[in-house]
Design a protein around this ligand. Structure first.
Ligand code: FES
Length: 158
């Protein structure tokens, strides 16, 4: 959705109060995958708050992306239990296969690689998310199979 139409729609749905900010930001991410600076300015205007306030909130929460991401966002757990379960080998396999480092997106905009705190799957670590789908008990070999499916678009997770 272009121009201010999306924001107008979201403000009508969630309201103009300060407490509407997070639901509006979440909806922007659902619609456009990230919150652009233009969107932040539009939201600030609609809610009558500063753009800095909107940016501060958006950048505080890791689930509110303020940068454009790839179609598939990989979030590999960096917390200690996964770390003790060879997550570094898994990370190395992902980097090697996609030829990107943490924080980067592949040139074709298909994958973004990020780290995250504990995903709650410690007993089955190392764990990662690809968009909303959790992958557990990872190994370099399993990474090759999983990513191969995403590269081939064989996965149902889109
Ligand atoms: S430490 Fe990785 S999922 Fe909990």
């Amino acid at each position: 959705m272009t121009n201010n139409l999306l924001i107008t729609e979201l403000v009508n749905k969630h309201g103009r109060e300060r407490s509407s900010l997070i639901p509006i930001l979440q909806s922007v991410v659902e619609n456009e995958s990230f919150i652009s600076k233009d969107r932040m300015r539009q939201i600030a205007k609609e809610l009558d708050i500063s753009a800095a306030d909107v940016y501060g909130t958006a950048s505080f929460y890791s689930f509110l992306d303020v940068e454009e991401r790839g179609k598939y966002v990989i979030r590999i757990c960096k917390t200690v239990i996964c770390d003790m379960q060879n997550r570094n080998e898994v990370l190395k396999a992902i980097k090697g296969m996609l030829k990107i480092s943490v924080g980067e997106t592949t040139p074709d905009k298909k994958f973004t690689l990020l780290e995250t705190n504990c995903l709650g799957w410690c007993a089955e670590g190392p764990a990662m998310l690809i968009n909303d789908k959790v992958h557990t008990q990872l190994s370099p070999e399993k990474i090759r199979l999983i990513l191969h499916d995403y590269i081939q678009e064989k996965t149902k997770q889109v």
